[in-house]
Design a protein around this ligand. Structure first.
Ligand code: NAP
Length: 314
């Protein structure tokens, strides 16, 4: 019989507010995995999309369902084939698996070694736990899909949120100039990250971008989809590149690349090093204790987060 642990969980698909605080079975640890005592877990839109059942056809789900794919914590147990970490190590992880069952909104999480890197020194648990998924998404989009480099100009659509705030900072540290769309609400935050804010609520975005870059920009990273994505090619210079995390058929039709983030330990290590050097700041709008994880995801689902929201455990 497996020991129980405290977690935020649900027995059926529903709204984030329906998550309850209770006992879940402790996860088991296979040869290539580690048991991590979770100290904090970042909240991501994928968590409330999974809870709603929206990703059912993409990722198998088992109930009780504990959401959460981000984490920062301490290694409690090491699988027999794991050589790179020891009990007591402080780690961060994007703990995605091929199924959703016992996620990171819990006291303990079983995490494949390929999902982990060392926790950056100097970051709080909550800051560190909010970095992996959104940081990797931004990093992979900018370096792999868009090939952003020194002297180029990039537009980030939705620069004020989780992925967007990391994308602005990573693009800046790659040597690029950045414009970022935002409402006036996050204008100062986006500017403080190093981007020129473009107010998407104040008329045509393409007109505003062309006031700064009359010939268009080298790359656009779309984190919004819909109309914003459809308008994105109009921001590009001839030969410019488009990537989106939102709508695979639409971005393909527009000649761009769809990005689906994946765990990548070397890139996570690179992100941790950037955070340690101060090249990346993790802006936490708010943290919630584990027994209010549902409230944290409901707040995120409003769609107006500045930076990140995280759940603190223990
Ligand atoms: N494919 C993948 O692998 C992948 C990976 C990560 C994320 N995603 C997806 O990417 C999206 C963004 O993720 P996230 O973590 O950054 O979400 P988030 O933190 O919840 O994003 C919130 C931000 O989006 C801004 N925003 C909303 N509508 C906007 C618009 N029309 N124009 C400009 N900004 C707008 C909001 O700013 P205002 O308050 O100013 O409106 C807010 O700051 C989500 O749908 C997520 O599921 C996909």
């Amino acid at each position: 019989m497996t020991e129980p642990m405290h977690a935020a969980l649900t027995e059926r698909y529903g709204k984030p507010e329906e998550l309850r605080w209770g006992d879940a079975p402790q996860p088991k640890v296979g040869p290539d995995s580690l048991l991590v005592r979770v100290r904090a877990a970042g909240c991501n839109p994928v968590d409330y999309k999974i809870l709603a059942g929206n990703l059912d056809s993409l990722i198998p789900t088992f109930f009780p369902l504990v959401p959460g794919w981000d984490l920062a914590g301490t290694v409690e147990q090491v699988g027999p084939a794991v050589t790179s970490f020891q009990v007591g190590d402080e780690v961060i992880g994007y703990a995605r698996q091929d199924f959703v069952h016992l996620g990171t909104f819990a006291e303990l999480a079983s995490v494949p070694v390929r999902a982990l890197a060392r926790k950056p020194a100097g970051l709080s648990w909550a800051e560190a736990g909010a970095l992996p998924l959104a940081g990797l998404t931004a990093y992979q989009a900018l370096t792999e899909a868009l090939g952003v480099g020194p002297g180029q100009t990039v537009v980030v659509l939705a620069a004020g949120g989780g992925v967007g705030s990391f994308a602005v900072q990573i693009a800046r540290s790659l040597g690029a100039g950045v414009l970022g769309t935002t409402s006036p609400r996050h204008r100062d935050w986006v500017a403080s990250l190093g981007a020129t804010p473009v107010d998407y609520t104040a008329g045509d975005v393409a007109d505003q971008v062309r006031q700064h870059c009359p010939d268009g920009v080298d790359a656009v990273l779309d984190l919004v989809g819909g109309e914003a994505l459809r308008q994105a090619p109009g921001l590009l210079s001839p030969g410019g590149r488009l990537a989106s995390v939102m709508d695979p058929p639409a971005v393909k039709e527009l000649g761009g690349r769809y990005v689906f983030v994946r765990p990548e330990p070397s890139q996570l290590g690179e992100l941790a090093a950037m955070a340690e050097k101060g090249d990346i700041r993790v802006g936490l709008q708010q943290t919630y204790p584990l027994d209010r994880a549902g409230e944290a995801l409901a707040k995120l689902a409003e769609g107006h987060t500045q930076g990140k929201i995280a759940v603190e455990v223990g």
